[in-house]
Ligand binder design. Structure first.
Ligand SMILES: Cc1cc2nc3c(=O)[nH]c(=O)nc-3n(C[C@H](O)[C@H](O)[C@H](O)COP(=O)(O)OP(=O)(O)OC[C@H]3O[C@@H](n4cnc5c(N)ncnc54)[C@H](O)[C@@H]3O)c2cc1C
Length: 266
């Protein structure tokens, strides 16, 4: 089985995040990491490999992003992916979801040139733009079926059965590979890279591809052809000190209830 797992490099949500002068997210001058939600995708890809017996299954971690985005691939390799692909090209900066899915689709096609890709695994959403649309766009571009938001994944041969939890119902969906699958944060805790895994990752194959390698014209991607444009950004106001309710004369409970009622918490 040939599995490609899409891993996005995102700004660290616990660090200061900022925008570029053109209102796109600064992905270069800030600390970044493998999107936490894509760790679940890597985990599921690795579990499918283990269930298939390991031998004969390859897990390839694929990212599209700036120079530093290679760290997302490295983390996936440390977790256990077999090989990595980093698509990097100055022209990709500022790409929207349609352009990102185009580059990912071309990279998946190239990755499957020698051995057909059976499964493309994505996270449920990125932790920065959070649009949750790339897997569907990727499926459309690859002309593959999509099964999104899976919480339980079972495979038997080329058959895939997933549990998909919706707001009002849980569906069980069957599909036949090849397909695009996105997995939720309910699919199982992602493993931490072991020391052995970290050392082994240094020797795993990692390829760097440009747009030219994928046969994608630079005019098809980037901010100038993006369907969406962020017109304005406003920094979050600084935190103000909390309100302390003192209970020196026995009126604390009333004051606390009044405070919560005023904020419509009760
Ligand atoms: C309202 C709005 C306006 C925007 N405007 C702009 C803009 O003007 N300019 C601009 O540049 N961007 C803009 N963006 C952001 C941009 O569209 C996204 O960063 C990008 O296209 C990918 O979408 P996503 O991160 O939401 O992916 P999602 O669809 O949330 O990602 C789902 C999964 O797809 C895979 N995936 C997604 N991206 C990658 C990747 N790069 N590499 C590998 N795997 C990936 C991962 O498995 C991920 O878990 C905007 C976003 C929004 C919501």
């Amino acid at each position: 089985m040939n599995i490609v797992v899409c891993v996005k490099y995102v700004p660290d949500a616990t660090a200061d995040r900022q925008f570029e002068s053109d209102n796109t997210v600064d992905r270069v001058g800030v600390d970044g990491l493998l999107s936490e939600l894509d760790e679940y995708a890597v985990e599921q890809a690795l579990q499918l490999k283990e269930k298939a017996g390991g031998e004969g299954t390859t897990v390839t971690a694929l990212t599209v992003g700036p120079e530093k985005a290679v760290d997302a691939v490295r983390k996936a390799l440390q977790m256990g992916a077999d090989q990595g692909i980093h698509v990097v090209d100055d022209a990709i900066a500022g790409s929207d979801a349609p352009a990102t899915s185009l580059v990912l689709a071309k990279a998946v096609e190239k990755a499957g040139a020698d051995a057909k890709v059976d499964l493309v695994v994505c996270g449920m959403s990125s932790t920065d733009a959070d649009m949750s649309v790339v897997p569907a766009m990727l499926a459309e571009r690859l002309n593959l079926p999509q099964v999104t938001l899976a919480s339980v994944i079972e495979t038997q041969g080329d058959q895939v059965r997933v549990k998909r939890d919706g707001d009002t119902a849980t569906e069980v969906i069957g599909a036949t590979m090849p397909l695009v699958l996105s997995v939720t944060d309910q699919s199982g805790e992602a493993r931490y890279p072991s020391f052995k895994g970290i050392m082994a990752a240094k020797k795993k194959p990692l390829e760097t591809w440009s747009l030219a390698d994928l046969g994608v014209d630079a005019g098809q991607v980037g901010l100038s052809v993006a369907w969406t444009e962020v017109a304005e950004t406003t920094a979050r106001p600084p935190r103000t000190a909390g309100e302390i309710v003192k209970d020196e004369d026995g009126s604390g409970a009333t004051a606390l209830a009044e405070f919560l009622a005023a904020k419509k918490f009760i």
